[in-house]
Design a protein around this ligand. Sequence first.
Ligand code: F6R
Length: 642
Amino acid sequence: MLKSSIDKATGFEKRFENIGTVVYTDSVSGSKAVAKEIADLIKVKASQKQPCILGLATGSSPKGLYAELVRLHKEEGLSFKNVISFNLDEYYPMEPDSVNSYVRFMKELLFNQVDILPENCHVPDGTLSKAEIASYCTDYESKIEALGGIDLQILGIGGNGHIGFNESGSLQNSKTRLVALDHITRVAASSDFLGLNNTPRTAITLGVKMIMEAQRVILMAWGEGKSNIIKQSVEGQVTNLVPASFLQEHDNVTFVLDKEASSKLTRINTPWLVEKIVWTDKLIRKAVLGLAQHLKKPILMLTDADYIENGMSDLLADSGPAYDINIKIFNKLQSTITGWPGGKPNADDSNRPERAEPAKKRVLIFSPHPDDDVISMGGTFKRLQEQGHDVHIGYQTSGNIAVTDDEALRFAGFVCDYNDKFGIKSSEAENIYKKAVTFLENKKGSEIDIPEVRYIKGLIRKGEAHAAAKFIGLQDDHIHFMELPFYETGAIEKKPLGKEDIEITMALIDKVKPHQIYAAGDLADPHGTHKVCLDAIFAAVKALKPKKYMDDCWVWLYRGAWQEWGVDEIEMAVPMSPDQVLDKRHGIFKHQSQKDGVVFLGTDSREFWQRAEDRNKETAEVYHQLGLSHYAAMEAFVRWHF
Ligand code: F6R
C-alpha cells in the first residue's frame, strides 16, 4: 500500500494534515503508484478466489491510472476477470454512446481494453425516466452491499471539493441519488460540452455514505488548480461545504498528489512551520515576503518579534537581526522592478533583471493561443516595441476551438451574402463557406467541427491576433502563425507534443535568433495547451543550444490569464501607468471572439481583460504593501535557465 505522510508522521505533519498524502513529482508517477496498488489488490483477491470490488471515477484525474492499468494488462498479464467495478457517477440525462457519457469514457479508456467481464462493469444509467431513478439508486447500492462493499474507491476532486458529484452541501450520510450540479462543476465541464448551455444540470452520483464505507479510498489530484481545495480538504475543518473533508474521518484514505497539487499544504508551502529546515536564499525570500504579506507590513517594518512569533526564530538566530534580513530581501525585490524589459541601454546592469547590451535586442514572444501575448504581457510587449527592439510574435496554435458556432456562421454568412449580392461566380472559397454554413446549421450538440468550419474559426482568431499585433506596432513580417499540429484535433483533447511541433518551433527561433524569448509558463490553463506549447519551446531551445546565438539568449516566462507568479518567484516586474493599462485593454479588445461570454472561460467568470487587469493591479498592490513604490499595475516574469 502507498506510504503516506501520516504513516511516517512523527507528529509534525499530523499537526496540520488530517489525511495522509503522498506527493509525486508528476501525475505519471503518481498514477503508476496507484495502478500498482490496485494491481496488487486484484492479485491478492484472485489468489483468495475472491472478487475485487473497485469504485471507479472519471474526469481527467484517473486517465493516467487507466492507461497504466491497460499497460499492466497488455504487457504484464494483469487480469481483470475477478474485478467488479462500480462507477461513481453519470450525467443525467445521458445516452451511453454520447461523446460525453461516462459509460463511453470508461469503455474507451479501460473496459474495452482489458479482460473485465462486461456484466461486471456498472456505471449509473443516464437514460432512465425521472420516476425510475430512486429505485435504481437503491438497487445500485444493494448490489455493492451484497458483494460486501467497495474494496478500493478511486476518487478525483472538484474545484469546490466535490467527490463523485456530491457537491458542497452534501450530507455525510447521503445516499446514491439524482443531484443538481453546482455552477462551478458545470462551468468546469462546459468546455467538454462546448458551452454552458449544452452542459447537463443534473447527474446521478454514489452518495458520500457508500464512499465512506469503502475499505480503502485513494483520491488523486494533479495540478496547481487543485492546490487550494486540497489544502482545505486535508488541513481544514470537516465541513459539508467541502465534501472531500469528510474523508478526514475515514481510517484508510490516501491523497495521491503531484507537486503542484500539494503546493499549498503547510509542510510544502511553509515547511519552516513544520520542521527545522535548511534556509536557502529562495526559502528566506519566500518566508520573509510571506511574513510581510501575512502581517500586512512593509518588509522594512518587520521586527525580531515578528520573526520569532512566526516560526522563523532559527533564521533570525542565524542571519538576524531582523533589519539585516529585511534590507537584503527589500533590495532584492526592488531590483526586480524595471521599465526596461529589454535592458536599459548605457546603464549599470549589475542589479537589473536584463542586460544592457546589446541595446537593441531581437525578441521573440511566443503566445500559445492567439490572445495570450496581449492578455499576459501586453504592456511589456508594447514597451519592447516602443523601446526600439526588433520584436517578433509567434502564435503557436490556431485557437480555433474557442470560437463559437454563431461567430463562425456570422463570418461565413458574410462571404456567402457578399458573393450572392455581387453575383460573384461560385468559387472554391465560396464552396468552403457554404459547406461550413450547412454543417453549422445542422450541427448537433458537441459534434466535432468539420475542417472547413475549423478553418473559418482559425481565420477569425488569426485576424484578431493580426489586428492586436499591428496595434502594438509590429510589421507583418514579424507576425508568425505557427499552427502547431498537436492542437489541430478539433476537440478539447489534443495530440501529444510531436516532432513536427518542435521542428516548427526550432525553425522560428532559428530564423529570429533572439536575445530574448518570452513564453507562457501559465500551466494552470485547463486544457493543457500552454503546457504542450511550453514543452515545445523547451525542447526546441535545448536542441538549438549548441548554436552560437543561443549563448546570448535569455528565456523569460510570463503568466496571466489563469494564474500569476508568486511575489517570491518574480525576477522581473514591469510597471504600467494607468494609460498603459488602458492601452493594454484595447489590445485585448482586438480579440472580439473571446469577449462577452466565451466558450472557455474556465471557472473564473471574469473576462480575460478583467482578469489581466485585476492580476496586474494585484501584483502592483503586493509590491506596494511590501513597501515599494505604488504603480497602477505590473506584469511579472521569471527567468528560465536552460
Ligand atoms: C468523476 C467525478 C468527479 C471528478 C472531479 C474531478 O467521476 O466523480 O468528482 O473526479 O470532478 O474531475 P477532474 O479529474 O476532471 O479534475
